[in-house]
Design a protein around this ligand. Structure first.
Ligand code: FAD
Length: 311
């Protein structure tokens, strides 16, 4: 990562956590329009339509109701209600999708027991409907609490109904991957999207990528069904190469990508017969998610600036 890219990434990730901006930004029409490249819409119905279109192209999905760092117990209960509604809709409409949930959405920042109880209610609903909840991974302050929660839910509901996410930028991830695989916890491997200190995360992209490949191999060797989440063709190729070397069938793992990013690659992998799942976010609190997507690619920022100035 060069100095300018690193600086704009840090600035955008800092801005993504500013509550005041969150409310102002979501009211800005042109910004909202730009965010729609990455967000399926503000309502559940919008997301269901997007997922039906993906299903028709041979891809699966994971719905995400956008609302992180919820600050009140009532707010977290609203999130649980939304996820139960979502799981019921998936079941009723027969769409090929599961859900992704953030523990800060369930109250992790102020009450860990409440977060566990809320997440448990969502996973119980998923288990009753033969579905699956992926617990997203957030900033490193909550990594251990998130993994503890996933382990507790996994012990109760089993690998078919709940799974974890690991980020290859964290120094601890290879050890976490070994431990989770030994328990047969399903993992989504991604690079990581938050602002982290070099104390806990590799500052250089090449180390993040090298760790991604190392951990991907641990996952593919484990015999558990995992998700390889990246738009980086070099990571995709390394995965395809390793899977072929290990003689793994195409259905031994899935590729995962974000809504609106590298649609060409999503479709190509699906047409080649690999399971592909698209992460489909929806909801009104799209600001932090949108800012993280901008931070991943400096070209996105220029695109936004140009459009805001035009508008
Ligand atoms: P990069 O090296 O960042 O990008 C490779 C190429 O992909 C770029 O050159 C570009 O062509 C394309 N690309 C990547 N991002 C963008 C973008 N925003 N806009 C346009 N093009 C882009 N992170 C977490 O911290 N926790 C999670 O729980 C989490 N869940 C995720 C779930 C899924 C399904 C995916 C795909 C990602 C998730 N992420 C999560 C985000 C992830 O950590 C990365 O920040 C993100 O995927 C970018 O990394 P990359 O592997 O695509 O590689």
């Amino acid at each position: 990562m060069n100095a300018t890219t690193g600086l704009s990434r840090s600035a955008l990730l800092f801005l993504s956590r500013q509550e005041g901006l969150k409310h102002a930004a979501t009211r800005l029409g042109p910004l909202r329009e730009l965010a729609s490249r990455f967000i399926a819409g503000e309502q559940l119905e919008d997301a269901v339509e997007a997922v039906k279109a993906l299903n028709a192209q041979g891809m699966m999905a994971s719905f995400d109701h956008l609302n992180e760092a919820v600050r009140t117990p009532e707010g977290t209960r609203d999130e649980v209600r939304e996820y139960r509604r979502l799981l019921a809709r998936i079941d009723a409409q027969g769409v090929r999708a599961n859900v992704s949930l953030k523990l800060t959405q369930c109250g992790l920042m102020f009450d860990r027991a409440l977060a566990l109880e809320n997440a448990r209610t969502v996973v119980a609903e998923a288990a009753a409907r033969q579905s699956f909840v992926r617990i997203d991974m957030e900033q490193s302050e909550v990594t251990q609490a998130t993994l503890d929660t996933v382990n507790a839910l996994h012990a109760e509901f089993g690998e078919a109904h709940v799974g974890a996410v690991l980020q290859s930028y964290l120094r601890r991830t290879e050890a976490d991957a070994q431990a989770l695989c030994a328990r047969r916890v399903r993992i989504r491997l991604c690079k990581g999207a938050y602002l982290e200190s070099p104390r806990v995360a590799f500052p250089d992209k090449q180390d993040v990528d090298a760790n991604f490949v190392r951990v991907m191999r641990v996952l593919l060797d484990s015999g558990v069904y995992h998700g390889i989440a990246t738009h980086d063709e070099r990571m995709v190729d390394a995965t395809l190469e390793y899977a072929a070397k290990q003689h793994l069938p195409k259905g031994a793992f899935e590729f995962q990508m974000l809504y609106g990013i590298r649609r060409d690659l999503q479709l190509r992998l699906a047409q080649d017969g690999f399971p592909v799942r698209i992460y489909v976010p929806y909801g009104r609190s799209w600001y932090p998610y949108f800012m993280r997507r901008l931070a991943e690619r400096p070209a996105n920022v220029w695109f936004v600036m140009k459009n805001l100035l035009k508008g």
